[in-house]
Design a protein around this ligand. Structure first.
Ligand SMILES: NC(=O)c1ccc[n+]([C@@H]2O[C@H](COP(=O)([O-])OP(=O)(O)OC[C@H]3O[C@@H](n4cnc5c(N)ncnc54)[C@H](O)[C@@H]3O)[C@@H](O)[C@H]2O)c1
Length: 365
């Protein structure tokens, strides 16, 4: 079961799981148009249920009916700006909604693992130059960040109170990723979709916080991490029931202005990039994640190098704009295949380098 399967990340996860041969059901609000779910005609490939995670009865009944082995919980109000406008809805969806999913998973005997998607914004952000580690203090000044930090506390509580001590063996983990980019995101007031809309119509690009530095990461990276985490939870729930950061290498953190410039170069025209001071967002300037624990214990690392994630993002939007009415399902499948091909190649190189490094350390000892 995927909650939020009509969204930007949830749709791609549904495609990936479907291609792996899983029987996938989704539970979400109706799909937005434009959006990845609509562009890929995903309703033809999977079982989709419309519902609201704030309605606990509906969540319990759906999970009991579907009897999933694993739940990937992505449904959320994911926008910081909207959280200032609708804080109550944001807290209800992100915090209380997550509790409904946790409770439904605990009540349903078939459920063996739950991968709960939160965000890199769950940390108390004092704009540290060091990346935040999983054990760092949770916080969040804006309602979005705070609502996700609340979800994290609920996830840890369910794990400690019921999953670790109860009769049922179930893996519960949270996954924290940075600012996710990739084709198929059409959210309002998000940097890449805003830039793309400007490029589609040859308009100027307005940046709210040009200096803000973010750890940009392509959607396929954290999604591969969620899938791998799900697999690990099913095989060893005790070991992997924790919080995990899924971050790009520290070197990938660049400012919004740098990101906009690179996208414009890849797109191939030359619009004006300006600062938009009309919307005060009170967003933090610096946010970095530390991915060491995930690399060491989960053996997961991002695959794309340098500008590859931006290049693949821009390619998706070029494909979309060149044939907006077409079904982009196969295009998304080819992205996944290319990603897994690169992952196998680069993980093999990584494993070789790691073993040579370990041997050198042994020799020097
Ligand atoms: N995109 C990012 O940059 C990013 C970064 C960090 C974390 N995240 C997290 O990843 C997850 C997915 O984000 P996304 O970018 O795909 O968001 P999205 O807005 O594209 O999708 C959100 C999904 O949640 C569903 N949803 C919203 N409210 C709901 C409700 N009340 N009941 C049922 N379904 C509801 C929507 O229908 C949609 O399917 C979210 O939990 C988000 O907080 C996203």
């Amino acid at each position: 079961l995927i909650t939020g399967h009509t969204g930007f990340k949830g749709s791609r996860l549904a495609i990936w799981l479907t291609e792996l041969g899983a029987e996938v059901t989704g539970f979400s609000l109706p799909a937005a148009d434009p959006g990845l779910y609509m562009s890929t005609r995903l309703e033809k490939k999977m079982h989709s249920i419309e519902g609201d995670i704030r309605n606990k009865q509906s969540v319990y009944e759906t999970v009991a009916l579907i009897k999933p082995d694993i739940i990937f919980h992505l449904a959320a109000q994911p926008l910081v700006l909207d959280s200032y406008i609708n804080p109550v809805d944001t807290f209800e969806i992100n915090a209380q909604g997550s509790v409904h999913i946790l409770e439904a998973g605990m009540r349903t005997p078939s459920v063996k693992a739950m991968v709960m998607i939160t965000t890199d914004k769950v940390y108390e952000n004092y704009e540290s130059l060091q990346g935040y580690k999983e054990e760092d203090r949770l916080g969040g000044k804006d309602p979005y960040s705070a609502s996700k930090a609340m979800a994290e506390i609920a996830i840890a509580s369910y794990r400690k109170s019921f999953a670790e001590t109860g009769e049922k063996s179930i893996g519960i983990a949270s996954a924290r990723a940075g600012n996710v980019i990739g084709g198929g995101d059409f959210a309002e007031n998000r940097l890449v979709p805003d830039i793309m809309r400007a490029l589609f119509h040859n308009r100027s690009i307005y940046l709210r916080n040009p200096q803000s530095v973010r750890p940009w990461i392509h959607a396929l990276e954290p999604l591969s991490g969620y899938l791998w985490l799900g697999y690990c939870l099913l095989t060893d729930p005790k070991k992997y029931s924790q919080a995990w950061n899924f971050s790009p290498p520290e070197t990938e953190a660049i400012s919004c202005r740098q990101l906009a410039k690179k996208i414009v170069e890849l797109w191939g025209n030359d619009p004006v990039i300006e600062e938009n001071t009309s919307i005060s967002t009170k967003e933090m300037n610096l946010l970095r994640l530390n991915g060491e624990k995930t690399a060491e214990l989960l053996q997961w690392k991002p695959i794309y190098h340098g500008e590859e994630s931006l290049q693949y993002t821009v390619e998706w939007y070029k494909e979309y704009i060149s044939r907006p009415e077409s079904d982009l399902y196969e295009f998304c499948v080819s992205e996944i295949k290319q990603y897994t091909f690169l992952a196998k190649q680069r993980n093999a190189e990584w494993a070789k380098a790691y073993s040579e490094h370990s041997q050198r350390m042994m020799c020097s000892v």
